[in-house]
Ligand binder design. Structure first.
Ligand code: IMP
Ligand code: MG
Length: 178
């Protein structure tokens, strides 16, 4: 499929599944080396990262755990300030080697919040693996440790990423048609 329609928007193919899977193989190889014997805790950020997390953990061959968390936004008392909280993190991360598994880093605000929350819980280390990274959209000083694919500053769907809840089931990555 070279283009898809989701709700009111049209999308064109940007990255075929084969490129993503090859990139995940490479990243997984590095992660296997870096986390061997560290009993890492993978933290999958729902909803978007579920597909990437599944592919990644399939390729990890040492002992590990996986947790699924959701970042909930709510309006602070100052109305304009959007805060985020982690929901669903039951595991104690103190002294654990943590690998955050994210679908896409865009401005970097989400990842910055998450890092701050996790670092308060005194993990041994925190690293970031992201399926997609938009370097030209980045507004915060975030450096992902493992990137499957850098992409331009376009809105994308597929491989877990959505537009209004749709498109997560697409195997390729599609970008919005301008
Ligand atoms: P950031 O805080 O701007 O880095 O945005 C990160 C979050 O926004 C991601 O976890 C996604 O949920 C969402 N997001 C950013 N860009 C896209 C996109 O192109 N498609 C779908 N979701 C996106
Ligand atoms: Mg996300």
């Amino acid at each position: 499929m070279n283009s898809v329609q989701l709700r009111d928007k049209k999308f064109d193919i940007l990255l075929p599944e084969s490129i993503l899977l090859k990139g995940i193989d490479d990243v997984a190889q590095q992660i296997n080396k870096d986390f061997k014997d560290q009993d890492p805790l993978f933290i999958c950020i729902l909803n978007g990262a579920f597909m990437f997390a599944a592919e990644l953990i399939n390729r990890f061959h040492s002992e590990c755990e996986i947790a699924f968390v959701r970042l909930k936004s709510y309006e602070g008392l100052e109305r304009k300030k959007t805060m985020r909280e982690i929901h669903g993190l039951m595991e104690n991360i103190e002294n654990r080697h943590v690998l955050i598994v994210e679908d896409v880093i865009d401005t970097g605000y989400t990842m910055e919040h998450l890092l701050n929350i996790l670092k308060d819980k005194h993990p041994a280390s925190v690293k970031i693996a992201t399926l997609l990274f938009k370097p030209t959209a980045l507004l915060r000083p975030i450096k992902p440790d493992y990137v499957v694919q850098e992409i331009p500053n376009d809105f994308v769907v597929g491989f877990g990423l959505d537009y209004e809840g749709r498109g997560r089931n697409l195997r390729n990555i599609y970008k919005i048609k301008s």
